[in-house]
Design a protein around this ligand. Sequence first.
Ligand code: CTP
Ligand code: MG
Length: 179
Amino acid sequence: MLELVAGALWAMLPAYVPNNAAVLAGGGRPIDGGRTWGGRRLLGDGKTWRGTAVGVVAGVALALVLDAIVAPVGDALGITLPGFPLAAAVGLALGAMLGDVAASFLKRRTGRDRGASFPMLDQLDFVVGALALAALVAPAWFGATFSPARIAVVVVVTPLLHVGTNAIAYAAGLKAEPW
Ligand code: CTP
Ligand code: MG
């Protein structure tokens, strides 16, 4: 049980950090360069080059840190935790950011302005993006790390973590909306 839940969350940490790093680092030129489609922004001012780049770097950097401490932490908990080959780290971090960007694209196409909430999409966009890209670029690692049970844990626990951290970021004045 501990190995199932702790292993699932550990494996997802490089996908969790990019969004939060992007909130802290965001600003500057929007990815869509102000372009519109159908009278609405392609992505909006909430998706910037800087936020995206810093998010990916933060996720990959965290994976390197986790790799350095995986053995002692696993020993202390009495379980085996997953390590991160570079392809897996990049897949998780970049995939998380791409999932978030894709969600903004969908939000604009469905008439939602920047910052509008889209329940479930907001909480799971980066999970779908991270798992999909990791499976694509590191298929063997993905198969060995994400059992169906672990994916189920991720899909259930991630929205709770996401709502919690965003509420904290909002309360701390770092984020404009609590979602
Ligand atoms: N951010 C960024 N680049 C990204 C993702 C996020 O710069 N790729 C920063 C922006 O400053 C953004 C903030 O993080 O405003 C919060 O992210 P998010 O909630 O994803 O963006 P929103 O502003 O809510 O816009 P959207 O409706 O498109 O999600
Ligand atoms: Mg938002």
